[in-house]
Design a protein around this ligand. Structure first.
Ligand code: C2E
Ligand code: CA
Ligand code: CA
Ligand code: CA
Length: 278
């Protein structure tokens, strides 16, 4: 037993150490990254399912190291959430997304989706921050869409309901990200106006033509959304087969590697200009 214990110890420790030091490194450097403007937003195009019209993009944050390497959000967003750095980071994302939206709107009528962390929504004043950025860049509230996960809407704090009713009054659309992967209670759908459900990639990846079981959950979400007058967007669409299944089920929109990967702003601008013919 002693031998086995030692073996386990040796097996796990390097991995745990590596993770702990990664975290420490991230924490120490993220503050500098914000100050030095090392963050950038990439844009993943979103399309209507019938007609494949470009309708907008999801803004996804990346961290560009001084040596050019790109760090993905999965590596630093959780650390930012734990340390509170998500507040300045999230505010930077909002401002930068609005700045980019203002330029994109000169070429085409598009909508830019922004991810919000629970920490940002639970902190009073989010709606005012959004209003401030909208007016700073002169863009309409309908040019944005704010994405939150189900857990945020399960929060019954006054701050959260107040923020969502302010955003609603302002006319900023709200989408639920990774829909179907979080809480099982749907009661929040009655408390908050939700404009769109984003069907999680896990319900899209298995879709097979001629196999109705493979689409049972996606189809149920689309049906529920329709009866509650919400739109649906399927995430992670990678194949024509998945696209075809979703179109058959009446899903409204999609994004995924099939039609476009997240790309730097300049590339997305070129994409939009080509699409708009400007
Ligand atoms: P998410 O919001 O669910 O974003 C979708 C993720 O799926 C993105 O990963 C995107 O690059 C990836 N993806 C898109 N299409 C496909 C596909 O066809 N196949 C596959 N396998 N993946 C696809 P990314 O950019 O690494 O972002 C990961 C997560 O980090 C996001 O998940 C979101 O939760 C978070 N995140 C990203 N940007 C922000 C931000 O500005 N603020 C906050 N709070 N979170 C962010
Ligand atoms: Ca998202
Ligand atoms: Ca998602
Ligand atoms: Ca996610």
């Amino acid at each position: 037993a002693k031998e086995a214990g030692r073996a386990t110890y040796q097996f796990f420790t390097p991995e745990l150490n590596r993770r702990a030091s990664d975290r420490m490194w991230t924490e120490n450097n993220l503050r500098r990254a914000l100050a030095n403007n090392e963050l950038e937003l990439h844009f993943q195009p979103q399309f209507s399912l019938d007609g494949r019209r470009l309708i907008g993009a999801e803004a996804l944050v990346r961290w560009r190291q001084p040596d050019g390497t790109l760090i993905m959000p999965g590596q630093f967003i959780p650390v930012a959430e734990d340390t509170g750095l998500i507040l300045p980071l999230g505010d930077w994302v909002l401002g930068e997304a609005c700045r980019r939206a203002a330029e994109l709107l000169r070429h085409q009528d598009l909508m830019i989706a922004i991810n919000l962390s629970a920490v940002q929504v639970r902190r009073p004043g989010l709606a005012e921050r959004v209003a401030g950025w909208l007016s700073a860049y002169g863009i309409p509230p309908s040019a944005l869409e704010l994405e939150v996960t189900e857990s945020v809407l399960m929060d019954d704090s006054d701050v959260v309901s107040e923020t969502f009713s302010q955003l609603r009054e302002m006319g900023v659309p709200l989408a639920i990200d990774d829909f179907g992967t979080g809480y099982s209670s749907l009661a929040y759908l009655k408390r908050f106006r939700v404009d769109k459900l984003k069907i999680d990639r896990s319900f899209v990846s298995g879709l097979r033509a001629g196999n109705p079981d493979s689409g049972a959950i996606a189809e149920a979400i689309i049906g529920m959304a329709r009866s509650l007058r919400m739109q649906t967007l399927a995430e992670g669409v990678e194949t024509e087969e998945q696209y075809h299944c979703l179109a058959t089920m009446g899903c409204d929109q999609c994004q995924g590697y099939l039609l476009g990967r997240p790309m730097p702003y300049e590339d997305f601008l070129a994409f939009v200009r080509r699409d708009a013919g400007t």
